[in-house]
Design a protein. Sequence first.
Lengths: 262, 198
Amino acid sequence: MQQLSALQLAATAVLVLLAAALSLLLQLGIARSMLVAATRTVVQLLLVGTVLKTLYAHEAPWLTLLVMLAMLAAAAHETFSRQDRRFAGATAVALASLPVAMASILVSSAALATVHPAHLLSPQVAIPLFGIVLGNAMSSASVTLNTFTTALVRDRAAVEARLALGESRYAALGGIQRGAARNGMIPIINQMAAAGVITLPGMMTGQILAGMAPVEAAKYQIFVLFLLAGAAAIAVAATTYAAAWRATDPRHRLRLDRLRNT
Amino acid sequence: MLELLRLQRLQVGPVDLKVDAGTCVAIEGRSGSGKSVLLRMVADLDPHEGDAALEGRRCSQMPAPAWRRQVTYVAAASGWWHDTVAPHFADPAQLRAWLPRVGLPAEAADWEVARLSTGERQRLALLRAMTPHNRVLLLDEPTSGLDAETTAQVEALLHERLAAGTALVLVTHDPQQAARLAQQRYLLADGRLQENML
């Protein structure tokens, strides 16, 4: 296994400093956030590395579950805070967390049960796999939710006209649901279409650099991309239906009074 | 035919009203007096107290879409969801036949919605609501964007609907239009309907 020395890492930091200097020179105004983000990367990843090391040393299923729960909470918080408009009250939290949780738990437990039945809750396998599935489901769900609420407010008159003419709430919202779902699925579709031709996916690159045989790395990458596609589809579908259900009531009325600007 | 039973929402109501088949009720009142709130309540488009009934059948006792296909609200600002006009209509042939009646050419069926003027949208939205299921039209300022001649054409069409037995609830800022169309006239003030004799 190839190892990076601290010196080699420090050398790449020069690139970040260069980018920041360029931003100052061109007055882009992103030098500060660039440096903050780079610092966060160093601190967060080293921290995670340390946490994982401790976990691997203990191999306790309950610890693995605890870490997964913390990851779920973080993902829900991200989805929640990325919304331009939010549903009032507890709905906002439920919409941000439940579809993502459902998709990532379903898909990663199915994957782990198929591929690593012996290591269902071993931290080496379960945590990274759950993490990548969760992260992807999260971005799909938050893009979907944002597209949905934005389109709903923009197309309010059209939705109300359809309801007034006697269409059901799901018929009246169908176009908006489909648009939001498409937006949520585009990133993973692009990722699969571009994989290997335009970009080498990050995970595969990491594995090859770390010394894994390229074909083995490719197989793993395919496996993961399929998991991501499945999780995105579940998260997106659950999000659009839950959002449409909550944006209307059983009398088929549009309830924009339940939406808040953030 | 249409009966409002203590409808109430926000500052509007409770409102009781009876509208017979083939008659028109006009509701006048200052901007912000809640005329649109009232019409939207009748169509059950907003949460509200009270109920409405069509020939004795309560709105709350039937699915909302079934109610709205019979008691149809036509908003002052209409909404559209296809690129061209015709796909919004269940019966495009009927649409083409009706277009000249409201001062539009039959080709208007193929026009792009994005290029329609306010007055064109208004007339098309009215035609869109005139389906075979429709029994009551709730019209929110149906001719506010139209010239006198086109207004007369639209009113002629409405008279025809009345003669066919449709009931109309008309919100208007034009007292003369109320006089031309309505058998009963009301003023909405302080959330209550008051008979408007003028």
